[in-house]
Design a protein around this ligand. Structure first.
Ligand SMILES: Nc1ncnc2c1ncn2[C@@H]1O[C@H](COP(=O)(O)OP(=O)(O)OP(=O)(O)O)[C@@H](O)[C@H]1O
Ligand SMILES: [Mg+2]
Length: 271
């Protein structure tokens, strides 16, 4: 199997006014081409730090990450990123927002147009190309930001709690949508979320991080059918996996507390 992403013992320590903050410690991960991997862990455990490290924008303090056979040392066209907030430019309409990365990269937009139009259609945004962000719902804005991330056709999509700011109903809709998009485009997706339910519904593999400093706790292979059958999230086999992962996180936190190593202030994972 081709490994699109190899993460070897990466650590990240921030310098802050209150001294060094060890955010991630010796985290390792491997992601196969076309796989859908989720990363979960207690609040503040270093999920965003890890993902930013993979973008090449914020280097790790030690360890190494390899994406598509290249050491991650700068942002590359092979990686698209989606954040919790859509961050669309308010003065640009939807299609201008989607073309924005291509403009920055100096690409010939004509070459990407038909693929982008196809993606716009598949997420139900056709007809809204000339709308400005303020005229779009939160879910529509986030759909636009996903298409923006895919505009230059990266093989890898890194997503950091992309639906965290949306209401529960829209979030579920977006989860279904991202699976459809994944099945259609065959991208390799790394999806960070604090919602275990979402991770189990979406991913083939769930990496659990411990509380800060985030390190490897466990890997769960999600043995649920593809495409996900309708109503799977109401089924016992789904609940059982969710419960197993939640139990593991609680166990980790209890262990860290016992050893006096638990550093997260907020612990909102088990909801
Ligand atoms: N620039 C920074 N300077 C100092 N400390 C930081 C910085 N960025 C993050 N941290 C700290 O590093 C730790 C990990 O932060 P990070 O945002 O990666 O966690 P997270 O798992 O994404 O959290 P959340 O669940 O809230 O999204 C936290 O304790 C945070 O306070
Ligand atoms: Mg985060």
């Amino acid at each position: 199997m081709v490994k699109d992403i190899i993460v070897e013992n990466v650590s990240k320590t921030y310098d802050s006014d209150r001294g060094p903050v060890e955010a991630v410690k010796n985290f390792s991960m491997e992601v196969e081409k076309g796989d859908f991997v989720a990363i979960v862990g207690p609040s503040g455990c270093g999920k965003t730090t890890l993902l930013w490290g993979l973008t090449g924008l914020h280097p790790f303090t030690s360890g190494k990450a390899i994406i598509l056979d290249k050491i991650v040392d700068k942002p590359r066209q092979s990686v698209g990123i989606v954040f919790q907030q859509a961050n669309l430019l308010p003065w640009r309409n939807l299609i201008q927002n989607i073309y924005f990365p291509l403009e920055i990269m100096g690409k010939n937009i004509k070459e990407y147009k038909s693929k982008i139009q196809d993606l716009i259609k598949s997420v139900g945004l056709d007809g809204f190309e000339n709308h400005h962000p303020r005229e779009l719902s939160g879910g529509m804005q986030q759909r636009a930001s996903i298409i923006r991330a895919l505009s230059f056709d990266p093989q890898i999509l890194l997503m950091d709690e992309p639906f965290g700011a949306l209401d529960a109903y829209t979030r579920d809709e977006m989860d279904t949508l991202i699976l459809e998009l994944w099945e259609k485009t065959q991208k390799t997706i790394v999806f960070v979320t604090h919602r275990i339910e979402e991770a189990v519904y979406l991913a083939n593999k769930v990496y659990v991080m411990t509380a800060r400093p985030g390190t490897n706790s466990a890997i769960f292979n999600i043995d649920l059918p593809r495409p996900r059958p309708e109503g799977i999230t109401m089924e016992m086999r789904y609940f059982n996996i969710v419960a197993e992962i939640k139990r593991k996180i609680v166990e980790d936190v209890e262990k860290q507390k016992k050893e006096g190593k638990y550093k997260s202030q907020a612990y909102s994972t088990i909801t």
